[in-house]
Design a protein around this ligand. Sequence first.
Ligand code: GUN
Ligand code: FE
Length: 425
Amino acid sequence: MYSPTLSELKTLPHGALVLDEGGVLRDVLPHAPAGADAEVHDYGDALVMPSFVDMHLHAPQYPMLGMGMDLPLMDWLNTYTFRTEARFADADYARRTYRRLARELITGGTTRVCMFSSLHTDATLILMEELERAGVTGYVGKVNMDRNSGDALRETTEQSKRETLRWLDACADFRHIRPILTPRFTPSCTDDLMAWLGALAEERGLYVQSHLSENGGEIALVKELHPDCSQYWETYAKYGLWKDHTVMAHCVHSDAREREALRRHNVVVAHCAGSNINICSGVAPVRTMLDEGVWVTLGSDIAGGAQLAMNRVITMSIRASKILHMKTDGETAFLTVNEAYYLGSTAGHRYFGADGGFAVGQPLHAIVVDDSVFAEPVRPLDLRERFERSIYLMDPGAICAVWSDGRQVVGGAPVVPGKGDGNNN
Ligand code: GUN
Ligand code: FE
C-alpha cells in the first residue's frame, strides 16, 4: 500500500515491487511475476508500505526525551535544552547516544531525516557516521548559534563560521547523509552570521533548515530584533535563507501572508504537533495550509516532541487536527489517517526527489509490518482497516523489515534464490 497523493491510498493485495541490483524500484505490480529470474523476498501476508520521513528533530535532545515540558519555548530552551546540548562537547557521550538514536530511528521505520545536531562539529560528524552505519539517510546540520544561548552553549561569530567550514570539508565522504545549513532560529543568530550563511548556501548550493513562528514570546522577540521586518519569515528572506527546499519547523502562528510566502518560495513546513502541544505553542493550521497549496511534512521535534516513532507523530497530528475541528464546530476538517500518513511519508520523500509513494526510478524506502502481532480481530479486516490499525499500533516489534536507499537494513525474509543463481544470501 502507498499514498501517491494527499487523498489517495492505493492497495495491491499480494502485489510486488521489482528492484534492480542497486535496489532502485523499477516497477510496482499487482502480482509477483511467475518464474522471474530474480531473488525474491516474500513477506507473506505482511503489509509493505513506504517508510517514514522525520523532517524535524534535534539529535542532542534525545537524552531529555520525556522530560521538562512545563515551560514555554524561550524558558524551555534556556532552562533545559541548551544545557542538554552542551553535553555533546564530549565525543564518547555523543557516540553512545547517537548510536542508540540511530538504531531507534531505523527500527521504527524512519529511513529519511532532516535533523539538527548541536553546535559541536565533532559530535555532528559522529552523528552522521552513526546514522550511516544504521542505514538512516538524509540531511544533518551543525547548528549555528552565536547569540542568546547563555553560558553553557556558546560560539562566537568567527568560531561559528570557521567550524561550519571545517564541518563541510569533513562531510564530503558520507554516502547517505548530506549537510544542511542550520541557523537555529533568528533569536540565536546575529545578522552577520545569517548573511554569511545565506551567501554560503548560495555559493555551495546547500539547503537550509530553521524554526518559524512557533510561539508568541519568540515572535515578539524577533520583532524586537528586526524592527525593519514586518513578519518573522522576512528575517530569513533578508539574508537569502528563504528559498526552495528551505525547511521551517512549526509555523504554528503563520498568518495568510506568511503562508503565502511559504507557498510562493517552495519552503517546506515541518509540522510538529506533539511538540506544539507539549510546550503549549498552539496548533498549526495544517488543513488551511494544505488547501492553500503549502508543502507540509511532519517532524517528531524530539525533545519538544516526546515521541520519536513517526507512526505516533502521524497519529498525534491527527489528534491535533481534531482539536481544531472541535474548536471550529466541525468546520475545519480533521486529517484522515491516510492524509496524515501521506504527510509523514510521501510528502517527506518528495523532499529527497522521490514523489508518489513508491517512487519508480528511485532507491526503495519501505517498511514491512506484521499486523498479526495485534489482537485477533472480531472479523476479517480489509486492507484499509489493517493499514489504519498498523499506523496507530505499530512499534519496532511489528516492523519486521526496513528498506532504506535500496538496501534491507532491518530484519529478514525468506529469500528464494533466482534460477541459476545459488548464492543470493
Ligand atoms: N526554536 C529554537 N530552537 C528550538 C528547539 O530546540 N526546539 C524547538 N521546539 N524550538 C526551537
Ligand atoms: Fe525544533
